[in-house]
Design a protein around this ligand. Structure first.
Ligand code: BG6
Length: 364
């Protein structure tokens, strides 16, 4: 086809409207404003008994786990957090019977994530998987789970797996929320938001020329920051990760709120910042922080919504369409994939085979 000869990462980025659609297919209940995840193997009574959600994954699966934790806390009001699966079993973790553990993995073969699952099971905990590869080791080791149906992901740098994981978390949070205090109106609002995602992703992908231009400028820098706060912070982490993995430029993610407590010392005309600034309750604070960067002549790329007024700020602006505030992170992530891709390409790197990295790490 038309994309023959293009890097695999690129075709996987472009597939996201349809992979997201596949993750959603058959799982939305518009009548009751909820999701039906058939593979969880949990009765409504058991879903209601969950007091905490602990998410485990590596690399991008860990960062999307942080996005998932926000979704669970916001929609279901259950305390949730994400941890690097590679660290988990080494700190003698406390396994609680009323915690739902969620193992996140595209391949389903990452040894660190698999061993975390086995540690939890050995201590009597309950684990579900958020996995792409059907019948993989992690899928088999879990008590139940959600298959992503993203289709095969071959490129080392994860793109469509991450966005479908995000959708998987939104479905889980919706179902957990609707057996608790999330209203039917809110459930329906989120369903409508989820249904808008494929077309909105398509819209972002059309902005590729603009993203290529931004990437070309960033690729010249030896080192840069990616910043965001609350929902935007894991987006920044994923953006920095993607850029590092394939362009080999140094990129560090930071909470925008923590800038003044350290890294502001490094801001200069040579060190650009990519800022995630959604239209939400923190917009004004985010924009104020950008002025601090600008005052130190740090070049800025701002990934934001059309509704956000940046005033007289000097910045390269990238707009993404607005969705429900809880679902914004997935859309804010997409431009960062294309920025990393084009930065690597302009630097002449083999995007699909980054040095020193493997698609799935199956030995400790
Ligand atoms: C890393 C890959 O080694 O494993 C990352 O380079 C990936 O891209 C991570 O996110 C986790 O892989 P998986 O298959 O468990 O999602």
């Amino acid at each position: 086809g038309e994309l023959a000869g293009e890097p695999r990462m690129y075709t996987e980025i472009l597939e996201q409207p349809s992979s997201v659609e596949r993750t959603l297919r058959g799982r939305l209940d518009e009548r009751f404003g909820t999701a039906h995840l058939g593979g969880l193997n949990l009765e409504p009574r058991e879903l209601r008994a969950i007091r905490r959600v602990k998410i485990l994954g590596c690399g991008s699966a860990y960062y999307v786990g942080q996005m998932g934790a926000s979704l669970v806390e916001e929609l279901a009001r259950i305390p949730a957090d994400a941890e690097a699966a590679s660290e988990f079993r080494y700190r003698n973790p406390i396994i609680e019977p009323d915690t739902l553990y969620v193992a996140v993995s595209q391949s389903g073969e990452t040894i660190d994530t698999l061993l975390a699952v086995e540690e939890i099971k050995r201590k009597g905990g309950r684990v579900i998987g958020l996995v792409n590869v059907v019948g993989s080791a992690i899928a088999r080791a879990c008590d139940g789970g959600i298959y992503l149906h993203a289709g095969p992901e071959i490129a080392v740098a994860s793109t469509k797996a991450l966005t479908t994981m995000y959708v998987g978390f939104a479905l889980l949070a919706l179902q957990l929320g609707r057996v608790r205090d999330l209203s039917i109106a809110d459930g329906k609002r989120l369903i409508a938001g989820l249904q808008r995602l494929p077309a909105q992703i398509e819209e972002i992908l059309k902005d590729e020329d603009r993203l290529e231009e931004v990437a070309g400028a960033l690729a010249q820098a030896e080192s840069m920051f990616f910043i965001g706060r609350v929902r935007g912070f894991p987006v920044a982490r994923e953006g920095a990760q993607k850029l590092k993995e394939i362009s080999y430029r140094h990129a560090e993610a930071y909470q925008t709120s923590e800038l003044k407590h350290g890294p502001l010392a490094l801001i200069s005309p040579e060190v650009p910042t990519v800022a995630i600034v959604p239209d939400d309750e923190l917009t004004d604070r985010n924009v104020a922080a950008l002025h601090e960067i600008s005052a130190r002549r740090g070049p800025l790329v701002v990934v934001t919504h059309p509704e956000v007024d940046l005033g007289d700020l000097e910045a390269a602006r990238v707009d993404v369409p607005k969705n429900e505030v809880e679902l914004d992170p997935i859309l804010l992530t997409i431009p960062l994939q294309l920025i990393a891709f084009h930065a690597a390409k302009v630097l002449g790197h083999d995007v699909d085979k980054p040095r020193n990295l493997a698609k799935s790490v199956t030995v400790e």
